[in-house]
Design a protein around this ligand. Structure first.
Ligand SMILES: *Cc1c(COP(=O)(O)O)cnc(C)c1O
Length: 447
């Protein structure tokens, strides 16, 4: 074991990790990033196939972002964001308002995705209280959804692995069956299945709208829920439903925003505008933690009153509007302005579709799905009956182990091998990842 690993394991506690696993699986201390590559303390290079937990857009060490952070650090690193402001925070908010769908005109910053989700839930809740509908207190969310790990975000999430242990700490949420098309009938289209699932949402909303503040969901891809996907028609229908019954719609675009689904934001594919949109992850190109909640001017106005009305949104994080993070955000959005990123990504998307094909007929691959730049390959014990491998067998981690020996950081979610690479990845590198995934899956499904 390298000395960095030893030092790490004697003092650190890592996220989403059973630390005992590191008795078997080595920890990888990374010392350098170079475009799509990560380089560990032994000098090994790995393709970052999952964009370092979905945050990296343009590769590691992207020079414009690096420079922007450096320059901002020379001027002002951070200042309290109550009563004070800073230039990058203003610039970034202007840009966010400009690039997000029309109608999202107010920006509230938070420092991670989970915090942004908490902000959106609290804002919706308080909005109804402020306008005299205090009985609208509940939230509707999707089964298999994920919105982060803080207590409020977990309450509206539904990934058992992260949620079950903390059940007693959480507030009750109304769960609607997911439009996740994995469960569609043979021959049924994504469109038809998503519509069919929508009817169940409709019944829930008809029944609960009086007491419901908002519906929260991840548009198009339930990322942490094993990269499950659905058709945009669900979102189009849902927008109408929310309007009909006077319920807020919160889109958690934390993972899918900034081009992952092919459009800048996933909601564009449904041609709808949510009442709240949470963004984070890619917002700084993967450099610094930052999140934002965008909302409508009309919602902002319901909080705008004399101090003594107590209608203000009195929520804060110490690092709200951090100038360094916002500078990284501005530099990231400048790249989107200066380069035809979405246009260029079409090649990446096509290449992913091309390498996806070979997996379709694999005897232990039950589903191959893609939305934009996200490709997921789900290993199954029985392809026909869609019987899953026992989770205890840890098949996914075998793929991960194999990939590391081949110079790729390909970290499956349970039995779902997926690629969600930085946009700068080359076609050759995607082909390499596909070969690694293929061999890794073959190893993983044995015995
Ligand atoms: C990652 C993620 C979050 C949580 O963001 P953190 O920055 O990890 O707190 C919330 N929602 C979705 C959809 C995510 O993928």
């Amino acid at each position: 074991m390298s000395s960095l690993s030893q030092r790490d394991l004697s003092v650190l506690w890592h996220p989403c990790t059973q630390m005992k696993e590191h008795e078997i699986y080595p920890l990888l201390p990374m010392v350098k990033g170079d475009g799509v590559y990560l380089i560990d303390d032994q000098g090994n290079r790995y393709i970052d196939a999952i964009s370092s937990w979905w945050v990296n857009l343009f590769g590691h060490g992207r020079v414009e972002i690096k420079r922007a952070v450096q320059q901002q650090a020379e001027e002002l690193e951070h200042v309290i964001f109550s009563g004070c402001s800073n230039i990058p925070a203003i610039e970034l908010a202007e840009k966010l308002v400009a690039i997000t769908p029309k109608g999202l005109d107010r920006v509230f910053y938070a420092d991670c995705g989970s915090a942004a989700v908490e902000v959106s839930l609290k804002m919706s809740f308080q909005y109804w209280k402020n306008i005299g509908r205090p009985e609208k207190q509940k939230f509707i969310a999707l089964s298999n959804g994920y919105h982060g790990e803080t207590v409020g975000a977990l309450s509206v999430g539904d990934v058992a692995l992260y949620k079950e242990t903390y059940g007693p700490m959480l507030f009750d949420t109304i769960m609607a069956p997911s439009p996740d098309c994995f469960y569609r009938e043979q021959g049924e289209s994504w469109y038809d299945y998503s519509l069919r699932q929508f009817e169940k949402m409709r019944s829930l909303v008809e029944k609960h709208h009086h007491e419901t503040a908002a519906i929260i969901l991840e548009p198009l891809i339930q990322c942490a829920g094993n990269m499950r996907m659905y058709h945009p028609v669900y979102l189009t229908k849902l927008r109408d439903l929310c309007d009909e019954f006077n319920v807020h719609l919160i889109f958690d675009e934390i993972a899918v925003g900034f081009g992952r689904t092919g459009t800048l934001f996933a909601c564009e594919q449904a041609n709808v505008v949510p009442d709240f949109m949470c963004v984070s992850k890619g917002i700084t190109g993967g450099f610094l933690p930052l999140a934002a909640v965008l909302t409508r001017e009309s919602i902002y106005e319901a909080f705008y009153d004399d101090y003594s009305s107590l209608k203000g949104f009195l929520h804060s994080h110490s690092y709200t509007g951090n100038a360094l993070a916002c500078a990284a955000g501005v530099a990231t959005l400048n790249i989107f302005e200066q380069e035809p990123i979405l246009e260029n990504n079409k090649k990446l998307i096509n290449k992913l579709s091309e390498v996806a094909e070979q997996f379709v007929d694999h005897p232990f691959v039950g589903d191959v799905r893609q939305t934009g730049t996200v490709l997921a390959i789900e290993m199954m014990k029985d392809k026909k009956t869609k019987e899953a491998f026992d989770w205890r067998e840890r098949r996914g981690i075998r793929v991960y182990q194999h990939a590391l020996t081949q110079g790729a950081l390909l970290r499956p979610l349970a039995n779902v091998v997926y690629m969600m690479p930085p946009y700068v990845i080359t076609e050759e590198e995607i082909e390499l990842l596909a070969r690694v995934a293929w061999d890794g899956i073959n190893k993983a499904v044995k015995d």
